[in-house]
Design a protein around this ligand. Structure first.
Ligand code: ZN
Length: 373
């Protein structure tokens, strides 16, 4: 019986393996104290009862994330199903009996660097879409941005950025859904959006952290979603170059895509506490949220972080963007657990559901577009 994690986004430390009794720890993010993301492979356990304990789960960054959480597993790395999981005495315990020799376990269905490259390189071949490299990560990897539609001063500028927190893989699944519709010539909502706007998409803000199997940090150990007030070219180049590009083209509407460890619902956070918050932003936010609720039962506005109070932390992406460009900006959060309004015991909140959810956001975008100032 063997546990390995030396692959894209793999992250686990083996403490002991005694027959089917497996004890593990989640290692910390690169140069950082955050930890929660895990991804590993179990082999040699076919048809054996196994009890896998993550011993340090209770000390992780978001221990509330383990209550009512179900671990995801896969045999083919495509279908990620839930395995019976409990959180007892600070340990996360998974019970399984593998049907095949190789079985993968992860905090959430991974979205690999290979998938990222396939997605952006395929998208650039659409007549609507161009790929631009806006800079390099701490480890020198390209930061890809997709520009959809013909750049034009007169058009509105819509931004979608995802995965500042690399362990929130659902964010890139969301982008896959969003992008799929945006470059589909048969999609009337996408076509209409592009009449009046240009869409800028950064599908993965934290490539280094994603490959390393981090929850929140980049390769320099920075939490990118706290770097927007003072980003630096060497410690947080991912934010530095995104902001540089935003300064260049402008922003009228921005969506920053995330996952939330504890809350079992999809929700948004809005920048109420920023100095320039006004009636316009409030009205646009309501228009957007109400329309999204109408067209997708997976979105709701009851369970969330509550309305932010001043002073807002301008190190957070959506708050900095809303203040800097006096525009409408949301942080979108999806669950690691499930959407308790529409639970799915077999898959919980999943890669496929995040794709559908990303597809659905085109409708509220179109709905607010004509009202953006
Ligand atoms: Zn996040």
């Amino acid at each position: 019986m063997r546990i390995t994690s030396n692959f894209d986004s793999g992250n686990i430390e083996v403490l002991s393996i005694n027959d089917g009794d497996i004890k593990l720890n989640i290692p910390k993010d690169t140069n950082s104290d955050f930890f929660q993301w895990f991804h590993f492979r179990l082999t040699g356990a076919m048809n054996k009862d196994c009890r896998i304990s993550i011993v340090n789960a209770g000390e992780s960054s978001y221990p509330d994330g383990w209550e009512n959480y179900q671990c995801r597993a896969s045999y083919d790395r495509k279908e990620w199903f839930t395995v019976p999981t409990t959180f007892e005495n600070g340990q996360l315990i998974m019970e399984c009996n593998p049907a095949y020799n190789s079985m993968y376990f992860a905090y959430f269905a991974p979205f690999s660097y290979e998938q990222h490259m396939d997605m952006v390189n395929e998208a650039q071949q659409s007549a609507y879409c161009k790929l631009e490299v806006i800079g390099q990560t701490v480890e020198g990897k390209d930061i890809d941005m997709l520009v959809i539609g013909d750049p034009d001063e007169e058009k509105k500028k819509i931004w979608v950025i995802a995965r500042q927190h690399p362990g929130e893989a659902m964010a890139e699944w969301f982008v896959q859904g969003f992008l799929g519709r945006m470059i589909d010539d048969t999609d009337p909502v996408a076509r209409r959006i592009l009449e009046d706007s240009v869409v800028y998409v950064i599908p993965n803000m934290n490539i280094d952290g994603s490959i390393a199997g981090n929850l929140r940090a980049n390769a320099a150990g920075m939490n990118l979603n706290r770097e927007w007030a003072e980003s630096s070219e060497d410690k947080s180049p991912e934010v530095f170059y995104a902001l540089k590009k935003m300064d260049e083209v402008g922003v009228d509407l921005a969506l920053d895509i995330h996952g939330d460890e504890a809350i079992p619902y999809n929700f948004v956070t809005t920048p109420e506490g920023i100095p320039s918050f006004d009636e316009y932003r409030k009205n646009m936010q309501d228009l957007f949220k109400n329309h999204w609720m109408e067209i997708s039962p997976d979105f709701q506005d009851k369970h969330n972080y509550g309305v932010g109070t001043a002073p807002a932390n301008l190190g957070i992406g959506s708050k900095q963007i809303a203040e800097r460009y006096k525009c409408v900006a949301f942080t979108i959060e999806m669950p690691f657990k499930d959407n308790d309004d529409l639970p799915d015991p077999m898959y919980a909140w999943s890669d496929n559901r995040a794709v559908r959810f990303g597809e659905s956001v085109l409708n509220p975008i179109l709905h607010v577009l004509k009202h953006l100032r």
